[in-house]
Ligand binder design. Structure first.
Ligand SMILES: O=C(O)C(=O)C[C@H](O)[C@@H](O)CO
Length: 255
């Protein structure tokens, strides 16, 4: 019995557009609610949401067997973090702040067991192997890991063609907020210079053998990013959805 098949990775390889949402409450209950909406992927955000290994694992557990793929975003692409989150069962990773092909190659190696990589072999203890119930997990896991890297700086865009040439990277996500900040337009991802950079980046990624991804939070940007080539497209953030609805409701009753 091999490692679980990563159908999300297969869908990206098949060129399917997949619609996602950020899961930022760092709790399995709202993430389970999001899954009922039918999103193709949900970002369990360990960078900007207060997630830790146990809350990430709990969200992966509630998503087990459901349509929505749990995409785990780490705070940074540290080898030990990748080892831990893969062992608790993540199969799709989103790694922020990738600025070079060398960094991308190191991330690929961190996701793979030897000889292809450096992932520590502790599968007997790991949820990922169903606690050794999958006897050939270590021999079959590498192929089921989907690695998505975030390019979100001027340096990353300058290195994008080299990053796109890295075998083992399955998708490249353009981070509009951090890219805007790095370009000197903090808080304004709709600035013409940032939009031009996003359009160019998505086009180059879409023209490669990788999937292009992005998050749209401003009105109309999701359709624009789709038209610019986004394949894994996040169209909302759960925390913002609740905050906006709650404030709007109170505004209706405020004297
Ligand atoms: O830079 C970006 O934009 C992203 O990486 C997405 C944001 O981090 C997401 O948390 C929404 O703010």
């Amino acid at each position: 019995m091999p490692a679980p098949i990563n159908t999300f990775k297969q869908r990206l390889k098949n060129g399917e557009r997949v619609i996602g949402c950020w899961a930022g409450f760092a709790d399995p209950y709202p993430t389970e609610v999001l899954a009922t909406a039918g999103f193709d992927w949900l970002v369990i955000d360990g960078e900007h949401a207060p997630n830790d290994l146990r809350t990430i694992m709990a969200q992966l557990q509630v998503l087990e067997g459901k349509h929505s793929e749990g995409v785990v975003r780490l705070p940074i692409g540290a080898d030990w973090m990748i080892k831990q989150v893969l062992d608790v069962g993540a199969q799709t990773l989103l790694i922020p702040m990738v600025d070079s092909a060398e960094q991308a190659r190191e991330l690929v190696r961190a996701c793979r067991y030897p000889p292809a990589g450096i992932r520590g072999s502790g599968a007997a203890l790991a949820r990922a192997s169903q606690f050794a119930a999958i006897p050939d997990y270590t021999q079959t896991a590498n192929d089921q890991i989907c690695l998505l890297v975030q390019v979100e700086s001027a340096a990353g865009l300058a290195a994008l063609d080299d990053i796109l040439a890295v075998e083992g990277v399955d998708g490249v996500f353009i981070g509009p907020s951090d890219l805007a900040a790095d370009m000197g337009h903090l808080g304004n991802s709709d600035h013409p210079e940032v939009r031009a950079a996003i359009k160019d980046g998505l086009a180059r990624i879409a023209a490669s053998d990788k999937a292009a991804g992005i998050l749209a939070v401003s009105d109309g940007s999701a359709e624009t990013y789709r038209d610019w080539g986004a394949q894994f497209l996040a169209v909302g953030v759960d925390v913002l959805l609740l905050a906006k609805a709650a404030r709007g409701l109170m505004d209706e009753w405020r004297d």
